[in-house]
Design a protein around this ligand. Structure first.
Ligand SMILES: Nc1ncnc2c1ncn2[C@@H]1O[C@H](COP(=O)(O)OP(=O)(O)OP(=O)(O)O)[C@@H](O)[C@H]1O
Ligand SMILES: [Mg+2]
Length: 211
């Protein structure tokens, strides 16, 4: 059992709980990131469903279901992911929170023995992505599709399912597009095992610009 939302299920980890490459990419938006789910305003349906997933996990005493957030750009998927990361890491669990493109880069560097970005050890990044309690992979589908990327998506989805470690994927792709891109084996696992939160509405970036 990985993410345990019961009161006594937490454990301390020596790893940093939240990786920052995603917030680094996204710096201009970072200051608006909420601290907890309760502070997230809007997308009531997605948020309500997520709360149901969290309650169900608590009741079963089991990890959070795997979750797919999908919808068009600018609707708050990254923002909500940040809320979840804070909520879960605040309970003492290890959370890796990163863009898909950066995760694939680490896997590629690890496989081909290349150096990672300054200060990064690709082997360690891979270990963390495979074994952390909650992996949040943001912007899946924005990376260039290669057979290596396809194999890595499958590996992450499959290994984490088997080891019952929670995974949250965030993407602009529909489930069908994800299947077309990453293959039927990924599609089957996502359709069968993931809770799906659909985002819709107006692009908040454009709303902010026009304010
Ligand atoms: N609930 C919210 N309250 C206030 N601001 C929000 C909220 N959700 C998102 N935002 C702001 O809206 C903008 C877009 O949000 P975000 O980056 O999370 O969208 P996204 O769905 O991840 O987009 P993309 O698919 O392009 O990655 C950001 O500036 C973010 O800070
Ligand atoms: Mg985003």
């Amino acid at each position: 059992m990985s993410i345990d939302f019961s009161d006594n299920g937490g454990f301390e980890t020596e790893e940093p709980l939240v990786t920052t490459s995603l917030t680094r990419d996204d710096e201009g938006e970072g200051s608006l990131r909420p601290k907890s789910l309760g502070e997230y305003i809007g997308q009531e349906k997605a948020k309500g469903n997520l709360e149901v997933f969290i309650q169900a996990a608590k009741m079963r005493g089991e990890p959070l279901d795997h979750v797919l957030l999908h919808g068009p750009p600018g609707l708050g998927k990254t923002f909500l992911s940040a809320c979840i990361a804070r909520e879960v890491s605040g309970r003492g669990f290890s959370v890796v929170y990163d863009t898909a493109a950066h995760i694939f880069q680490s896997f590629e560097s690890g496989k081909f023995g290349r150096e990672g970005l300054p200060g990064e050890d690709p082997e360690r990044e891979i270990e963390r992505c495979l074994h952390c309690d909650l992996l949040i992979m943001d912007d899946l589908g924005t990376e260039m599709l290669t057979s290596f990327v396809q194999a890595t998506v499958y590996r992450l989805v499959n290994e984490r399912l088997l080891s019952r470690k929670s995974t949250l994927l965030s993407t602009n792709l529909s489930v069908q597009e994800l299947g077309r891109r990453d293959g039927e084996a990924v599609l089957s696992r996502v359709q069968g095992e993931y809770g799906c939160l659909v985002f819709f509405g107006e692009d908040i970036r454009l709303l902010k610009r026009d304010r």
